[in-house]
Write a protein that binds this ligand. Sequence first.
Ligand code: ATP
Ligand code: MG
Length: 256
Amino acid sequence: MGPIITLAMQKGGVGKTTTALSLGVALAARGRRVLLIDIDPQANLTQGLGVDPSQLEYSVYEVLLNPERGSAFATITTDDGVDLIPSSLLLAGAELELAGRVGRELLLRKALRAARDTYDYILIDPPPSLGLFSLNALAAAQRVLVPLQLHAYALKAMPQLEQTIDLVREINPELAIGGVLCTLADRRTNLSHEIERQVRERYGALVFQTVIPMNVKLAEAPTAGVPIHRYAPGSAGAQAYSALADELELRLNHQR
Ligand code: ATP
Ligand code: MG
């Protein structure tokens, strides 16, 4: 039974989707059974795997509306070794549709009960806001993976995230930060190094040794609709996410 890991719902394009996708594909390349869940109406993860969110029979929308059906009926396989529960355009309306439902934060958790036995890793990509979808992700997960872009305000959103995690623990006591990942690092600037130092000082061993560099191939891959490991396997971005996959595996094996 593998961990359910959600990306933290940080604002502003810090690399959540890129991390969920690239890390997931790297873990699958190591023989792990990986399920990716796109619970963001933007559907960037879905499109990043070349799946058209307007052409789907089922998506995470139907999963949230019918959690007692489980999640397998909406899960699709991909050419990249990962399974995907895609997002769809319908998801945007689900927040309103579910507004009156009791236990609406626990829908994804309920739907994933059986999937936990099927996968070594389940990675959830939430939208960049604290709403019903992010709450469902936090309520379903054991670990939060926090990508931090190495710029001046990198640590600014952390107190609010920590508060949110504390609150969600009331319905999901095992939830904890599982790792902090420095992303979009520009190794040429002093600022990038200085912020990295601050992040490591504050979060210590939680911070992955692996740092994801700013890499143009990572920015191009979504437009092509293929993950970085297929788009540019030799790129610095692909190598960094492979190193992250190794580090995560080591870390979790130590914890088991
Ligand atoms: P959102 O908050 O909109 O969900 P996000 O946190 O999911 O955004 P991404 O979509 O992963 O962020 O990344 C934002 C943009 O930056 C995308 O265009 C992506 O291709 C690009 N990007 C992500 N990581 C890198 C990187 N290491 N180097 C270069 N470009 C990157
Ligand atoms: Mg995203």
